[in-house]
Design a protein. Sequence first.
Length: 415
Amino acid sequence: MIQPLPLFIGLRYMRARRRNRFVSFISASSMLGIAVGVMALITVLSVMNGFEKELRERILGMVSHATVQDYEGSLQDWAGLIPELEGMPDVTGVAPFVRGEVMLTRGSAVTGALLRGVDPEREASVSEVADNVVAGSLANLEAGSWQIVLGSRLAQELGVGLGDPLNLVTPEVRASAAGILPRMRRFEVAGIFDVDMAQYDGSLALIHLTDAQRLLRLEEGISGIRLEFTDLMIAPERVRGIARSLPGDYLVSDWTMQHRNFFRAVAMEKTVMFIILMLIVGVAAFNIVSTLIMAVQDKQADIAILRTLGARPATVMAVFVIQGSLLGLLGTLVGTGAGIGLAFNVETIVPAIEQWLGLEFISGDVYWISELPSDLRWPDVWRITGSAVVLSLLATLYPAWRAARTAPAEALRYE
């Protein structure tokens, strides 16, 4: 016989064929509910972790880890700052940039765009655009050549390809004999990039830094300097050190300041989703209460005989705690295995379902990304499984307490 006695009896009740099929059905539904809840929690949190990671990497691949700007808007003494910034701890890339909003036209096609003037030689150290050019090259941008590199969606919207001309219109105007006219310049497409983010593929246009200065009339000034660190997570700490060490007053910001609200919203959504899906586990745990209450009613005679033979109330209580805990533990283990398997394969399963149904769950025109990523984190798995086991254990206490209070004489009166 398995020792101790409560474990032996609890396992025996789990293995025994039940006389009451309804009790068996409730037991199975409790296990299934916990399994589904745990599986859903692991899968959903893994997808949200993957979504957050993918966005962070793609956004920071385009906007850099930190930015140095002037409070007046135009940074004039930037040439002397670059060597100083390159000597800062953990800085791996430094690149000047010019930023502005323009309008691009080609025939009847007209669209707004975010213009960024860059130094092609330095841009690769702070951004991933050069690694994602699908036609042409970022190196084709030369000072005075009036070449432009477009996002893939932007090029598609304008109907242009490599070597095609287009017109760029700035918000500034100039006076002429014909009246007030917008400033316009003809460019030639020197490259097309695709970073698989609709926000940038559909709105970003790159030209040479010198051309941008002339076009936006900044003279020798720039909009700011972009920085890249060895690790994006150290950016807030390094930015404070850079702000203290730079001579003069500069506006130094990092990626957590520029996108703080967005990543806070993602973190809040993860917390809310965890609470909502944990309610599924809570409902399944409540079913364990129902299962054990009916099991106690079904085993009244057995409980009375155990008490008559000398079993203490704590022993009887332990029997039903073990029985209910085993239901919760089995459901948790099944749900954990299914959730881990689904989280590791969601990037394969979802496209297969989309192809089978002929639907697109995540459209790149609506969302920031066009694929469903997954990033399984083991701390989340332990937190979910631990919560499910604790809820299952708590659900057993009241029915087990009721079983321990069974009076042998009353239970055997009609036997």
